[in-house]
Design a binder for this molecule. Structure first.
Ligand SMILES: Cc1cc2nc3c(=O)[nH]c(=O)nc-3n(C[C@H](O)[C@H](O)[C@H](O)COP(=O)(O)OP(=O)(O)OC[C@H]3O[C@@H](n4cnc5c(N)ncnc54)[C@H](O)[C@@H]3O)c2cc1C
Length: 417
């Protein structure tokens, strides 16, 4: 029997994972990527041996991306995030971040009554707490002091990048906090190592990979799906997976109302980031800090993974932007001020930097009042979607990975009908 043809639009993590899964299922797969390289937001830039991901990227040990990479036998290496003294930033001062029993006892962030309350609520989270409403609703029910509530919200931001307690689903965020306590890995060589592993695997399985090849339009027609490429050529596939963001998906298939609606309803999670390459580590510096009353993050990923030349250091600083907020003009200065507080002396040691303002970390926050889109597109037979805005499992790249596998399996099932 002739192999069924499946085209994939988008060669980021979701598109590449879907391509491999479809190929394993016996389909003849072609991937179309508009950029000059595969990987999308998981790409890494090499500047004189410093490997800049698109902002801080951590692979969750218990997440769907690691699970699928391991299942497909895609090799990578890296190190667990450092377990040194982690700092909390509150009212412009540094305190110990309360993550372990010892650090809760020692922290100057709050007094005894709040330490007991924080320990209780953290245990509630770890025991499997859930909620049907927003994370803010769940926090209201815990009756916490303002500082304990802010600390739990900061843990939520750290695990998900999401800065919007009233919008995010309590269930999704509490699951994500628990998932993060399973640890994270900073990947040697940057996330491009994961992308290269996927590209090599896809090629070895006979997937046709096209870069610098945009798709302009996708339409469902009798017996399959028609694609119009950037160069005007038309082709036909038995099924198509759109592994792009919701706005790109809606623009590609404008006649499908459900995609338009997903694009309208998606609340992107965004961040400003400043990645600093330094000659060496400044003495007196702290290697990790999390804002409690301000949505900031600083971490030295090169402490655990090969991301810098010998002796060099790569530091990531980020601001979790409130949902719906545009980055301000002072985005970079704000991040530099965090660096001044956490690692004084860095300015003399900087060799290069990468600034990203309003970068989309995840195309859609998991909302409490609306489920994320399903991998099947209603009103569009043969069309499937994947990405960090699709499906009910996980957040950020884990959602991209989980939905990619599910989209591929749904497409295979649909083709075998
Ligand atoms: C600052 C930052 C920090 C992050 N940190 C983490 C983290 O710590 N942990 C984590 O799990 N995740 C993290 N993420 C999220 C992670 O990078 C993304 O969820 C993941 O890379 C998304 O993959 P994707 O394939 O769904 O989308 P994308 O990577 O966006 O890929 C979509 C691809 O489609 C292509 N495309 C679009 N339109 C077309 C078209 N018409 N024709 C052809 N190609 C097209 C694009 O060029 C792109 O390559 C972070 C992201 C950012 C920005």
């Amino acid at each position: 029997m002739m192999k069924r043809r499946v085209d994939i639009v988008g060669g980021g993590l979701a598109g590449l994972l879907a391509a491999i899964e479809l190929s394993r299922g016996g389909a003849q797969v072609v991937v179309w990527e508009s950029a000059s390289e595969f990987g999308g937001r998981a790409r890494t830039r090499d500047v004189d041996g410093f490997l800049f991901n698109r902002g801080p990227h951590a692979l969750y040990c218990n997440g769907a991306l690691k699970r699928e990479l391991d299942r497909l036998g895609i090799a990578y290496s890296g190190g667990r995030s450092l377990s040194g003294t982690r700092k909390a930033i509150a009212e412009g001062k540094l305190h110990n971040l309360p993550t372990t029993f010892g650090s809760i006892v020692r922290t100057s962030l709050f007094g005894l009554r709040d330490k007991i309350s924080y320990t209780r609520v953290f245990k509630t989270v770890m025991d499997g707490a859930s909620g049907n409403g927003s994370f803010a609703d769940w926090l209201d029910d815990q009756h916490l002091s303002p500082i304990v509530r802010s600390t739990i919200e900061a843990m939520g931001r750290l695990s998900s990048y999401a800065n919007g307690s009233t919008a995010v689903s309590a269930r999704a965020l509490l699951d994500q906090i628990r998932l993060t306590t399973g640890g994270t890995i900073y990947v040697d060589g940057g996330w491009i190592s994961l992308v290269n592993g996927l590209v090599t695997t896809a090629r070895s399985m006979g997937v046709e990979l096209n870069e610098k090849a945009a798709v302009r339009q996708v339409s469902c027609v009798a017996g399959g799906v028609e694609l119009i490429l950037g160069n005007g050529a038309t082709r036909f596939a038995d099924a198509v997976v759109l592994a792009v963001g919701p706005r790109d998906a809606a623009a590609l298939a404008p006649e499908i109302p459900s995609l338009m609606e997903e694009a309208r309803e998606a609340r992107p999670v965004r961040a400003n980031t400043l990645d600093l390459a330094m000659r060496h580590w400044p003495s007196q510096a702290n290697d990790f800090a999390l804002g409690i009353d301000s949505p900031f993050y600083l971490s030295v990923h090169s402490g655990s993974a090969k991301l810098a030349p010998d002796g060099g250091v790569l530091v990531h600083i980020a601001k979790y932007l409130p949902i719906g907020e545009e980055p301000s003009k002072e985005a970079v200065e704000e991040l530099e001020t965090v660096a001044d507080l956490v690692m004084p002396g860095w300015r003399e040691l900087e060799v290069s930097r990468q600034k990203l303002r309003g970068m989309v970390v995840s195309n859609a926050l998991p909302r409490w009042d609306r489920p994320r889109a399903d991998v099947t597109v209603s009103g569009a037979s043969g069309l499937f979607i994947a990405g960090d805005w699709v499906g009910q499992e996980g957040m950020i790249a884990d959602a991209a990975a989980a939905s990619a596998i599910k989209a591929a399996q749904s497409a295979l099932h649909w083709l075998s009908r």
